[in-house]
Design a binder for this molecule. Structure first.
Ligand SMILES: NC(=O)NCCC(=O)O
Ligand SMILES: [Zn+2]
Ligand SMILES: [Zn+2]
Length: 484
């Protein structure tokens, strides 16, 4: 069956124009005027954009003694409902577990996905097995991005020597290093002190992770990446200190990208001071929400290009799971949801306020990350030959976000009560209409794994530059003979 999207305005990262889009066998086959198909989707008054790509999710992830509650079925259903057509989840080996073993677990879980997906790999320990398996993961499995946790001491955290070794290996294999930038040693000290002083509530989570711990770690990771010659992607950038490090690095020509989350852009630290314990605990995540100055910094980063991608870090825990931490904030599972709300919230607070153009919206929700992850223009593009992962975006449509009508499996929503303007009229995943004017028509198992090749143009450029500028011996003549 041939589908045509009629009468809309195509919006890409660099251009907008009026055109119809023709889809056959899951791909875009023609873009032009007066096109005809068997099925017609009316896009009058709408923008026809590349579906969103959320490069940071944790679906059914074992973490802090439990599992995040959205799995690949509910998580990708929520994604499609909000206009996101691809997610990238983190395969997370437990310390000592092999990378390939962990990958098998993620392969098993992801068969239920409603939309396409890819994986990042996490490096949670270091040894010969990890060194060897990295090559297989990259070259045979098409997973080229590896996250390092600089926090969660005693669990997922890696030390500087491990990070250095891993970054070096990744640089050689044409991969990309990612970091969760927080100084885990300092956080652990602060948590112990806060608890000893009687600070047990969720607000203490924010006290234990001030912007300095993030700024320090971001700087450290940037310098280690520079010394090892690997491109670096810093996840969930929440504050000016980390943003400043990224801005400076980019201005110096270092290959660094920063990813703020929709939560940090739109919610602030006052959430943790709410008198309702559940309200505050439901918003506990790392790094925590910050104040208005930090939010302004993140928005400025998106507007100026020093920050590249907006994600969610979707890691949803129910209220009951959050209550594991009553009496001890360090036991509250860290994580918040956002998959369904990222695109509408960013449109409302970004495009509707004039901070972002529609083209910039497409860049930071889809195209930039598709390029970074080396799956462009298969993903992140409205082009002939691209996958028909498309959102038909109605800028006039509004709703008030509420857990009562969300797709996510949890019992609350951190954006509860927020009104958004700008929502999908249709969401297509490889040509299948998964959202049809408010009706969810997802197909469990429709999603396919997206394999990605190493050695992006950025990797190649950086390697060449490092080859030229790396330390090398000075060629000398007439070296004095050593005295005997
Ligand atoms: N961010 C968070 O609090 N939970 C998910 C795991 C992580 O990304 O650190
Ligand atoms: Zn993280
Ligand atoms: Zn995360």
């Amino acid at each position: 069956m041939i589908t045509v999207i009629k009468n809309g305005t195509v919006v890409t990262a660099d251009l907008s124009w009026k055109a119809d889009v023709l889809i056959d066998k899951g791909r875009i086959v023609e873009i032009g005027d007066s096109l005809k198909g068997d099925e017609q989707l009316d896009a009058t008054g709408c923008y026809v954009m590349p579906g969103g790509i959320d490069p940071h999710t944790h679906l059914e992830m074992p973490f802090m003694g439990t599992y995040s509650s959205d799995d690949f079925e509910s998580g990708t259903r929520a994604a499609l409902s909000g206009g996101t057509t691809m997610v990238v989840d983190f395969a997370l080996p437990s310390p000592g577990q092999g990378l390939l073993d962990a990958l098998q677990m993620w392969d098993n879980k992801s068969t239920r996905a409603n939309c396409d997906y890819s994986f990042h790999m996490a490096v949670t320990w270091w040894g010969e097995q990890v060194f060897n398996e990295m090559k297989t993961v990259i070259e045979d499995h098409g997973i080229t991005t590896f996250k390092h946790f600089m926090a969660y001491k005693g669990a997922l955290m890696v030390n500087d020597d491990e990070m250095y070794a891993s970054f070096k290996r990744l640089g050689e294999l044409g991969g990309i290093a990612m970091v969760h930038a927080e100084n885990g040693d300092v956080v652990a000290e602060m948590c112990a002190k806060l608890l000893a002083e009687g600070n047990t509530g969720p607000e203490a989570h924010a006290y234990s992770r001030p912007p300095q711990v993030e700024g320090e770690a971001a700087n450290r990771a940037i310098m280690i990446a520079d010394m090892t010659g690997v491109p670096l992607y810093i996840v969930h950038v929440s504050c000016e200190e980390a943003h400043e490090a990224i801005r400076r690095a980019r201005a110096q020509g270092k290959r660094v990208w920063g990813e703020p989350l929709i939560q940090h852009l739109t919610l602030d630290e006052s959430e943790y001071f709410n008198k309702d314990w559940d309200h505050a605990a439901r918003r506990v995540m790392s790094p925590p929400f910050r104040n208005k100055q930090h939010q302004d910094s993140l928005w400025a980063g998106l507007m100026s290009g020093s920050l590249s991608v907006v994600a969610t870090d979707h890691c949803a825990f129910t209220t009951d799971q959050k209550r594991f931490g009553i009496g001890d904030f360090t036991k509250i599972p860290n994580g918040t949801g956002g998959l369904e709300d990222r695109m509408p919230m960013l449109w409302t607070h970004g495009v509707e306020t004039g901070r972002l153009t529609p083209e910039e919206f497409v860049a930071v929700t889809s195209t930039n990350i598709a390029k970074i992850l080396n799956c462009y223009p298969r993903k992140g593009a409205i082009r002939v030959g691209s996958d028909a992962d498309i959102v038909v975006w109605d800028p006039a449509k509004t709703k008030t976000i509420t857990a009562a009508t969300q797709q996510s499996a949890i019992d609350y929503n951190v954006f509860e009560g927020h009104t958004v303007k700008g929502l999908p009229r249709f969401t297509l995943t490889r040509g299948h209409v998964a959202v049809h004017d408010g009706e969810i028509r997802t197909q469990e198992g429709h999603g396919q794994f997206v394999k990605r090749a190493p050695g992006t143009p950025t990797n190649k450029a950086l390697s060449k530059w490092k080859e030229i500028t790396n330390p090398r011996p000075v060629e000398r003549t007439g070296i004095p003979a050593t005295g005997v």
